[in-house]
Write a protein that binds this ligand. Structure first.
Ligand SMILES: *[C@@H]1O[C@H](CO)[C@@H](O)[C@H](O)[C@H]1NC(C)=O
Ligand SMILES: *[C@@H]1O[C@H](CO)[C@@H](O)[C@H](O)[C@H]1NC(C)=O
Ligand SMILES: *[C@@H]1O[C@H](CO)[C@@H](O)[C@H](O)[C@H]1NC(C)=O
Ligand SMILES: *[C@@H]1O[C@H](CO)[C@@H](O)[C@H](O)[C@H]1NC(C)=O
Ligand SMILES: *[C@@H]1O[C@H](CO)[C@@H](O)[C@H](O)[C@H]1NC(C)=O
Ligand SMILES: *[C@@H]1O[C@H](CO)[C@@H](O)[C@H](O)[C@H]1NC(C)=O
Ligand SMILES: *[C@@H]1O[C@H](CO)[C@@H](O)[C@H](O)[C@H]1NC(C)=O
Ligand SMILES: *[C@@H]1O[C@H](CO)[C@@H](O)[C@H](O)[C@H]1NC(C)=O
Length: 657
């Protein structure tokens, strides 16, 4: 019988829509507006047309995600018999990829429901199945309804549903399905411009003078030269003619900020004449990135990083991971506020398609898209996947705040930091320059969280437990390099050492005792909340069970730097990270000489042996209208365990297998 009455058709449709979900099925994901870092900025619009074609991704359950932390401890805890036995990249991929049973079960389910085998693509890293299907097909498969959702601030449109169902026996094999609760891109509208929040601009000051004698330590309280840093941490420069391992270059990450060779040369000429002019990093340029630049365009961050690292490690080399084309790295895409994903793609090809925490590959909104079709000066090549190797040690002086990016984005990245640790890579990240507070104007006028903008704002990627955060210290006026440093705090510029407690990640085991000692012996006295729920409790300022930041510290103010041809002073934890990373790179070099390997994740060892660090016990990191936390005896959320004592650190790590 042919039915042509539209009234009847409407009725049939309504019935179809209300079709009960079979008992064999369960809800797999449900939109949760109460969830932290919720998707609530998405507003539901029209139902999708049934013939709209959707790009479907079925993220397969990765094996062993929950074992990652334990495995990382197995190769990084100083008491583990497997200390230093890092994994190859292939071993990491294999351990985390889905099981064969998962592949078979999920594929059978799709085929049985009309998605033929030849329509299904399986990603290289085995993490997901992909196919195109009409909205109607997917609605039938998942017993759901798709709507357009509009993002209230960017105006992006995505296809998404409120919840979807899968058969019970499938559930354990699936991480997530997209489009699902999290949308897949449809089309976009114009949006307001917002700048990518990078921690890439160290504070600059006029230099009071150029030290007449660069070996003298008399003025380290005013101008921090390489000699000051070497004296503070008791590390002599390498013999400039020493033979060094070709496989132990110090990695330095940069984005949207570029070094100038002229600045490096001026610096070498004035402070380290034994480093020849023209000495430059090995360029690992990612997705159309370019460096170096002319003197006029030189960035404060890149110049600083290399001018701090070279005097400590030369003749060891540096490797520059410069990421993204000019268009993205200058923040010309207001949507692309994500950071590090294209870097991960370049050093781990499997990350390009890695599925975890509800996200596969790069984020369609938050990450740069290549080939870049938006700008004539954009990179026209394909996204670079696995084109470079990660170096043993990588220093990063960039970041945002936790509140700037969705939780799943940060969790997926955190798992990647963990994988790098498993492979023997040590990551050092600047802890932030705004104390316990946020960046002004980020979310609220003062950058702080909660309805009253009083809650402390933790930094990203620092809150991930699987990297090493470096806070900042300072030699205050009148003090010498032989006295203890204090936490850096410059009330005029609002700069103080980033520190506090994550709202997103719990305290990791290796840190638990240090943090609990801190609370029991030096409770900061502020009200707090738990589980990142900063809106639900009246007056709590920080997350009592969050991962503590930072882990360690190093000098972070008054650095002697040549930038854009001028001699100036720069300050920031931006400088602390490359200092600490350089010392670890030197230690790895010594280990290589005696046939040992790279160190990978160093936190478990440092928390077990705080005696290799100079405990910092003076100073605070103000923010959000408070004096912040205080540096105290033992670990604290201002300077962590303290600054390096190189000879002790070297001894410790040389004694490990
Ligand atoms: C999974 O399947 C692949 C390819 O069919 C095979 O090479 C591999 O040995 C299987 N692994 C296990 C654990 O059965
Ligand atoms: C950013 O999103 C807006 C609207 O969502 C869109 O019009 C614009 O093209 C996007 N920008 C880029 C560079 O993708
Ligand atoms: C420079 O300072 C060093 C260290 O204090 C000292 O040994 C040296 O004699 C000084 N050089 C000159 C030229 O004053
Ligand atoms: C450096 O690494 C390469 C392979 O990446 C290896 O062939 C070589 O032996 C290594 N050299 C040293 C000195 O370890
Ligand atoms: C190195 O380069 C700097 C800056 O261009 C210059 O001032 C200096 O004379 C050069 N030194 C040598 C030894 O060539
Ligand atoms: C907390 O409250 C503020 C202000 O009402 C809101 O903007 C923010 O999204 C809330 N955050 C969470 C995690 O619920
Ligand atoms: C905001 O301030 C008001 C008034 O002081 C207080 O009652 C309320 O608990 C505060 N809210 C939060 C989330 O701290
Ligand atoms: C303690 O730190 C403050 C800055 O917070 C500094 O002014 C003072 O000199 C430091 N005191 C000592 C003993 O280092």
């Amino acid at each position: 019988m042919r039915v042509s009455s539209s009234a009847l058709l409407a009725t049939l449709l309504a019935v179809a829509a209300a079709k009960p979900v079979p008992e064999t099925h369960v809800v797999h994901e449900k939109r949760d507006v109460a969830h932290r870092f919720t998707t609530s900025r998405w507003v539901k619009r029209d139902r999708l047309e049934k013939d709209t074609v959707l790009p479907v991704r079925v993220g397969l359950k990765q094996q062993n995600l929950h074992n990652g932390a334990e495995w990382l401890m197995d190769v990084s805890h100083p008491q583990s018999p497997n200390f230093g036995r890092h994994w190859t990249q292939d071993e990491v991929i294999a351990k985390f990829s889905p099981s064969n049973e998962t592949l078979t079960t999920v594929r059978d389910w799709l085929v049985k429901n009309g998605i033929s085998d030849r329509r299904i693509t399986h990603s290289d890293n085995k993490a997901w199945f992909a196919f195109d299907a009409t909205t109607e097909e997917v609605e039938d498969l998942l017993h759901t309804q798709y709507h357009e959702f509009e993002h209230s601030s960017t105006g992006n449109y995505v296809a998404a549903c409120d919840q979807y169902h899968v058969p019970k026996h499938i559930q354990e094999h699936i991480d997530f399905i997209s489009p699902g609760v999290k949308g897949a891109n449809l089309r976009k509208r114009d949006s307001k411009k917002a700048k990518r929040g990078l921690r890439g601009s160290p504070a600059r000051k006029q230099a009071p003078f150029m030290p007449k004698n660069v070996s003298s330590l008399a003025t380290c309280d005013q101008v921090v030269t390489p000699a000051c840093i070497q004296a503070l941490y008791k590390i002599a420069p390498n013999d400039p003619h020493a033979k060094v391992s070709p496989n132990n270059s110090l990695g330095i990450f940069e984005e949207g900020d570029f070094y100038a060779q002229g600045d490096l040369d001026r610096f070498f000429g004035n402070f380290t004449p034994y480093i020849p002019n023209g000495t430059h990093p090995i360029p690992n340029l990612i997705d159309g990135a370019k460096a170096p630049v002319s003197l006029q365009l030189a960035g404060g961050e890149s110049d600083l990083d290399f001018q701090l690292a070279y005097p400590l490690i030369y003749p060891q080399t540096t490797t520059l991971y410069q990421t993204d084309d000019i268009y993205y790295s200058f923040g010309n895409d207001p949507n692309a506020t994500g950071l590090f994903n294209t870097f991960f793609d370049a050093i781990d090809g499997s990350y390009c398609t890695y599925s975890a925490f509800g996200e596969t590959g790069n984020d369609p909104v938050l990450d740069p898209k290549y080939p870049n079709t938006h700008a004539s000066n954009g990179y026209k090549g394909a996204l670079q996947c696995g084109v470079y190797k990660p170096t043993n040690v990588i220093s990063i002086s960039y970041g945002e705040q936790e509140q700037d990016l969705p939780a799943y984005y940060q969790q997926r990245q955190c798992n990647e930091w963990l994988k790098l640790g498993l492979q023997g890579v040590s990551i050092f990240v600047a802890s932030g320059d705004t104390g316990v507070g946020g960046i002004r104007g980020d979310g609220s006028v003062n950058g702080c969280l909660g309805s009253n903008a009083t809650v402390f704002s933790p930094t990203h990627p620092n809150s991930c437990p699987w990297l090493t955060n470096v806070g900042g210290t300072k030699i205050y006026p009148g003090r010498s390099v032989y006295e203890p440093e204090s936490a850096v705090n410059d009330p005029e510029s609002g700069y103080s050492s980033g520190g506090g407690f994550s709202n997103l990640f719990d305290i990791p085991d290796y840190q638990a005792s240090a943090v609990s000692t801190y609370f029991s012996a030096h409770d900061p006295g502020y009200k707090y909340y738990r589980n990142g729920q900063y809106n639900s409790t009246g007056g709590g300022l920080y997350n009592r069970n969050g991962r503590g930041i930072p882990d360690v510290a190093a000098n972070g103010d008054n650095f002697a730097v040549f930038n854009a041809g001028r001699f100036i002073l720069e300050g920031g934890t931006s400088g602390s990270a490359p200092i600490f990373a350089s010392l670890i790179n030197r230690i790895v070099e010594e280990r290589i000489k005696v046939g040992k390997g790279a160190l990978g994740f160093v936190n478990p060892t440092l928390y077990e042996h705080p005696e290799v660090l100079n405990d910092i016990v003076n100073g605070t990191n103000p923010g959000c209208g408070t004096k912040g936390f205080s540096a105290v005896k033992g670990w604290d959320p201002v300077t962590g365990l303290g600054t390096p004592d190189y000879p002790k650190m070297l001894d410790l790590f040389m004694g490990l297998p």
